[in-house]
Design a protein around this ligand. Sequence first.
Ligand code: MSP
Length: 494
Amino acid sequence: MKYFVTTPIFYVNAAPHLGHVYSAVLADAAARYAALRRGRDALLSTGTDEHGQKVRQAAAAAGLPPATLCQRVSLQFRRAFEAADVQYARYVRTTDPDHAHAVQHFWRLLDSRGYIQKGSYTGWYSVPDESFLTPSQVTEEVRDGKKVAISSESGHVVTWAEEENYVFPMSRMRDDLRHWVRNHLDVRPAKFGRLLESWLEADLPDLSVSRPVSRLDWGVPVPGDDQQVVYVWLDALVNYLTASGYPGQLERWPPDCQVIGKDILKFHGVYWPALLLAAGLAPPRLLLCHSHWTVDGVKMSKSLGNVVSADEALRTYTADGLRYFLLREGVPHSDGNFSRKKAANLLNAELADTLGNLLGRCAAAAVADLLLQTVASLPAAVGEAYDEFCFYRGLEAVQAALRSANQFVQLKEPWVLRKQPEREAELHSCLAVAMETLRVAGILLQPVVPSLAGRLLDKLGVRPEARGWRHAERPCPEGGQLGHGSAVLFQKLR
Ligand code: MSP
């Protein structure tokens, strides 16, 4: 059975950073886990959000035609995700012709069902959020000695807009939306579900779904009106449909798990399902909402110059290192903090020392032909955590088992036992425990650090067909011999 996971699509106004990689890696780990544990045919979609005012302004600032900027930055995202071992089935660019076709088809469908009305918008617009705001969402602040209006949610400066456009009547969807959120939608962690429900209690103003060409010339044209382009959020949300073959036969729908950051919960928990319900399509089953990364305790921002680029992070930590750090240190329900020192300490301690040393110690003793014991409770504990998308908790459990095994090996001193032929049985059982711990850890680590786990299992001589979740749930039936390849899994960081 298919398991369809999506990441948000990323704005191409700037190069990918740590936070973007986190969204993608979290989704990728969720997909890999569904395949590993439940045998699901897991498919991930990702891509780039290339239209709208924000991207248009970035292109103007760079002195480039928007299409050139989009091509350049979209490729950077694609390369970063590939370098981070994010396995996607479809990479949707909103400038792809099949996507424009999907958007226009979706628009016509809404129109034919009476959900597109002529209207106008007078109020605030936040370009960084590409969002229309009600007066209650705007406050005043003094910045650089000047009074400015800002979005109270995002803190971004807003601009005044008065324009003719098309409108989607949100208020008409309110009852259906509430019913769906209460009865059919799973939001993780639960606190974001409660937040979503509170929004549905409040008024739902109608949503402007287009922008006049005179304001914005970079978007998908509204069918039948060359003076308007489709609002960038409607355009972007349809990417999930494009990824599943819309408007043709839907290969996978609805998404089983949509990974989003907390800043875009309203778009995915309110507007997106309202649009889908209006179009007669099923809304997603689950929203996995994650919090944000700060750097040394401060919000990442271009103006502060503290943005950790995806390139730098991948070069410094490797794909496995970065994935491990993000999923070990990141918890979905609250913001995570990145510091270079913390990343190096964590990766050195857990991947290089605790995990790496255990393998190294077995390798030094050279042979292990009996695998006697299993780390029996580990797959269940880790599975329970991964089911909640709390990868950090699963990793904690794996590390605890590895630490105990390391202590055990330290205590038994197999390097001493080796020199005493009469204690051969003891030597074998000691190595067997250590190797079994590594085997189970290797299998359970696959969704998080696929390449490192693969090398570990190679070294242990675990055959590719014996790397399923169920193989971790049973003790290894046969004696193991260390395979070839390096015993160094993670090169220590300085
Ligand atoms: N283009 C929209 C999404 C459209 S989806 C139909 C968008 N793009 S974004 O590039 O600004 O953000 C993409 C994702 O990256 C979001 O999930 C956002 O929460 C995430 N992150 C951006 N900065 C982040 C951090 N500092 N930390 C963690 N994730 C962050 O929104």
